[in-house]
Design a protein around this ligand. Structure first.
Ligand SMILES: Cc1cc2nc3c(=O)[nH]c(=O)nc-3n(C[C@H](O)[C@H](O)[C@H](O)COP(=O)(O)OP(=O)(O)OC[C@H]3O[C@@H](n4cnc5c(N)ncnc54)[C@H](O)[C@@H]3O)c2cc1C
Length: 386
């Protein structure tokens, strides 16, 4: 069986590693980025404990590599911007092991390393054709502008992210559901003076800072704030003065953590990456089961619980387990879609405090038994066998 994986991001790389060398499977990976292009990519991210559990159960080598290249995510604190504490959660109360904090470039590097010989870099999926046997033939644009074909595939897997070309070609562009919230992120390098370490969130009304240290003396900082009716990010919002006003307490001084971030935002305002919080409906397969979607290609979701890449990890290792034992797109859907419904529902529920719910009452609820039980299910409910 010929399997072609489009995109060597989180889900695509883990799927490829889990399939390579399986008797009867001929696996190829096609990646738009040129070799080394993502070497410095992006900022930082936190992967939930459920991603680590999925790796520990299904890919222990990658689990070890990830632990080695990251810092553990052990605590989750929430405060108001003046320092009033709202939540201080020991992650081991709700999870079997800590999550991780890591640089994007490092995550890509260590997930791609074991599949390097199977990746064709500089291959951007552009179109689809069919061969005489009814198999899908992907057509790629290469950096010199030429088109490349590598034959027909029994199964094509879209691991090509939020704007999946494979999904668009086989099932149409997914509609984007905008939540009316701006979400930005930056990486502060040389962060020696950072007064906090592990994962924290700081609220001033619905405006929220989220930050944590990552390896290499850097701190990841993300901001979220509501957009007005038009849903676009106004130019004045992209200024240091506007951002300082968003997170400065109405009464009293900012806490040392928030004061530190406000100064870094001012110094690094031009390095900020601006985006809008959005999600897309889940779709697991198309083209009569000949195309399978994993990660953001299947399920772009709100980033509130840090489950986007985390679910891409679960997708990659669990889809590999299904395909290795002869299953196809329908079997992957049966395993993954109920889980995704749960994770997306909980991520939406947890977004209440950036969507207008009072952060004090909304956050305190997250420290109570019913929400903690939901987190336990999120972080622990990863199958050992499929
Ligand atoms: C502001 C922000 C913060 C986030 N923070 C977190 C976080 O803390 N924790 C978390 O778990 N998630 C986080 N996420 C979500 C996370 O980024 C995604 O969910 C995750 O990267 C999805 O992984 P993936 O494997 O589906 O796709 P990706 O990792 O995006 O990989 C897609 C790959 O496909 C390639 N590709 C794309 N198009 C083509 C094409 N046409 N042909 C060939 N190759 C192609 C790309 O080059 C890339 O290598 C965040 C997202 C945002 C926007």
């Amino acid at each position: 069986m010929r399997i072609g994986i489009i995109g060597s991001g989180v889900a695509g790389s883990l799927l490829a590693e889990g399939l390579l060398g399986t008797p009867g499977l001929d696996v190829s990976v096609f990646e738009r980025a040129a070799a080394g292009e993502h070497a410095e990519a992006g900022t930082g991210l936190n992967l939930g404990p459920n991603a680590l559990k999925a790796l520990r159960l299904h890919n222990p080598a990658r689990h070890a590599a990830l632990r080695e290249a990251s810092l553990p995510w052990r605590r989750w604190i929430v405060e108001l911007c003046d320092g009033t504490p709202l939540l201080d959660l020991d992650m081991l109360e709700v999870a079997d092991e800590p999550g991780v904090r890591i640089r994007w470039s490092e995550l890509y590097r260590l997930l791609r390393a074991p599949i390097a010989p199977a990746i064709r870099q500089g291959h951007a999926l552009e179109a689809l054709e069919e061969d005489a046997a009814g198999r899908l033939v992907p057509v790629f644009r290469t950096p010199d502008g030429a088109l490349a074909r590598h034959g027909g595939f029994d199964l094509l897997v879209g691991g090509d992210g939020r704007y999946s070309r494979l999904r668009a070609l086989t099932a149409g562009e997914p509609p984007s559901v905008q939540l009316g919230v701006c979400i930005w992120r930056m990486l502060v390098e040389r962060a020696d003076t950072c007064p906090f370490d592990d994962y924290g969130q700081w609220f001033e009304g619905p405006n929220r800072l989220l930050a944590f240290q990552v390896p290499g003396n850097a701190t990841y900082v993300a901001g979220a704030f509501p957009l007005d009716g038009s849903g676009s990010i106004p130019a004045e919002a992209r200024t240091a003065a506007f951002q300082r006003a968003l997170f400065t307490p109405a009464h009293g001084a900012p806490s040392p953590a928030v004061a530190w971030m406000l100064d870094r935002i001012e110094a690094g305002i031009d390095s900020i990456h601006w985006a809008r919080m959005q999600e897309a409906p889940v779709l697991r397969h198309g083209a009569a089961g000949r195309a399978l979607f994993l990660g953001d290609a299947a399920q772009a979701m709100v980033p509130t619980l840090g489950q986007g890449a985390t679910q891409a990890v679960e997708d990659g290792v669990l889809a590999a387990a299904v395909l290795r034992t002869g299953g196809g797109a329908a079997e992957v859907a049966a395993l993954r879609d109920p889980r995704l419904d749960y994770v997306r529902g909980l991520s939406q529920e947890a977004s209440d405090t950036v969507l207008g719910t009072d952060p004090v009452s909304g956050t305190r609820k997250k420290g109570e038994a019913p929400f903690l039980e939901k987190l336990r299910r999120l972080y622990r409910d990863v199958p050992a066998a499929v």
